[in-house]
Design a protein around this ligand. Structure first.
Ligand code: PMP
Length: 407
């Protein structure tokens, strides 16, 4: 067992210490969003109390402080992902906006009839729909890598589907619906061999595994702040600088230009070319605090080790629940337990668990094709974070036995 001081860690998250329907909260919906530590809440509070100003333009003291903190946060994100330069980091609203940016800017400029975009059957809707739209707009074709009964990519089919026609491969590093971890570095190597660009959806992997864009050798990588103990409404896109330099703007307006005239406007350099308008300044700064929390205060290696131990424990405990079927039993997985019950519909189970103070997610988890693949309408999903303990899992198991009694 690894030595995380859970009393101390849990003390840092105010939202965990409350009663729900008269029961102590057991928060197991971390794949949807994580709770925030005091440090993150303090950063937001302090920013609005002391430094609030618009960035990049002001010459007064507050504007300089706000700009410095926001650009410092960009540097922190770049370090965390091991990007080559800060200029490869574009702040976005989150993973969804980051993928839309690539699909609309890179996609529309680089896709044509006859080209193919390859994604997998386990993608989140946010790595499916933007590519459907980009393909409709450009005449390119969307192809899908199948998954097996355990929720793993069919690597033979991947090899078949990856051809000279493939212009971009979009792949989730860790599935939010199944927990599967995909071998992204291997996949990237295969994609490079046919000249395809690679976009990684790292919404779930960044908080649990950590990522290194140079080691993965990907071209684009997207993640969301709110899944890594940071605020909502902020996230980032990593893009290889050579590609960003050639890409047209996504949105347009203030800050993304060098000069504007009615007979011609000169766009700014990356990353600013892709950051039109006043951004989520407090969010960006607090995202850096969240990264410090994960990377320094606790340590990503410690988080990964603890969550692995907890996942193993939870898998064993849930396997003892009669009538429970785990969906997603990949050899390599993290932090997600998706399951069905032969005695209750997921929605009813979720409601009964909530009455006991246990927060899980029920539904298709924005991954409807995954549900279709297994012929189920929905699952119940318990997902783990650093502050979860074995007691939370025990509470879930007791909660599920109550579900059996009630239905
Ligand atoms: N991809 C994956 C794998 C996710 O889990 C999520 C969030 N559930 C997203 C993309 C979308 O992230 P966001 O809603 O923060 O843009």
């Amino acid at each position: 067992s690894i030595a995380l001081n859970h009393k101390r860690i849990r003390a840092e998250f105010p939202a965990l210490h409350q009663q729900v329907h008269g029961k102590p909260l057991v928060y197991l919906d971390n794949a949807a969003t994580t709770q925030k530590p005091e440090a993150v809440i303090d950063t937001i509070d302090r920013y609005y109390r002391e430094d609030n100003a618009n960035i990049h333009r002001g010459i007064h003291a507050l504007a300089e402080r706000a700009t410095e903190a926001y650009e410092g946060a960009r540097t922190r994100v770049a370090q965390f992902l091991n990007a080559r330069t800060d200029r490869e980091i574009i702040f976005t609203r989150g993973t969804t906006e980051a993928i839309n940016l690539v699909a609309q800017s890179w996609g529309r400029a680089n896709l044509a009839p006859g080209d193919e975009v390859l994604i997998s059957h386990m993608e989140h809707h946010s790595n499916i729909v933007p590519w459907q739209i980009a393909c409709q707009q450009t005449g390119a074709t969307l192809k899908v890598i199948p998954i097996d009964d355990h929720g793993q990519l069919d690597m033979d089919k991947l090899d078949e589907l990856l051809t000279e026609k493939t212009k971009l491969l979009g792949i989730v590093q860790m599935s939010n619906a199944l927990g599967t971890i995909n071998p992204v570095a291997t996949i990237t190597r295969k994609a490079k061999a046919v000249g395809a660009k690679v976009l990684v959806d790292a919404a779930q992997s960044v908080p649990h595994l950590g990522v290194d864009v140079q080691q993965l050798d990907c071209d684009f990588l997207a993640f969301s702040g709110h899944k890594i103990y940071g605020p909502t409404g902020i996230g980032a896109l990593y893009g290889r600088l050579e590609l960003l330099e050639e890409m047209p703007p996504y949105q347009s307006g203030g800050d993304m230009i060098k000069s504007v005239a009615f007979d011609g406007t000169v766009y700014n350099d990356p990353p600013y070319r892709f950051e039109a308008g006043t951004p989520n300044i407090a969010g960006g700064i607090a995202l850096a605090t969240a990264i410090d929390y994960v990377d320094q205060t606790v340590g990503l290696a410690n988080i990964a080790m603890w969550e692995h131990e907890l996942l193993t424990y939870a898998t064993e405990q849930l396997s003892q629940v009669k009538g429970l079927k785990l969906i997603g039993t990949a050899e390599r997985k993290a932090s997600v337990l998706s399951f069905t019950l032969d005695f209750a519909h997921p929605l009813d189970a979720g409601t009964i668990l909530d009455r006991q103070g246990i927060a899980v997610r029920t539904g298709h988890h924005c991954a409807q094709p995954v549900m279709d693949r297994y012929g189920i309408p929905a699952t119940i999903r318990a997902s783990l974070a650093v502050y979860n303990t074995k007691a939370d899992i025990d509470a879930l198991v007791v909660g599920l036995e109550k579900v059996r009694e009630f239905v």
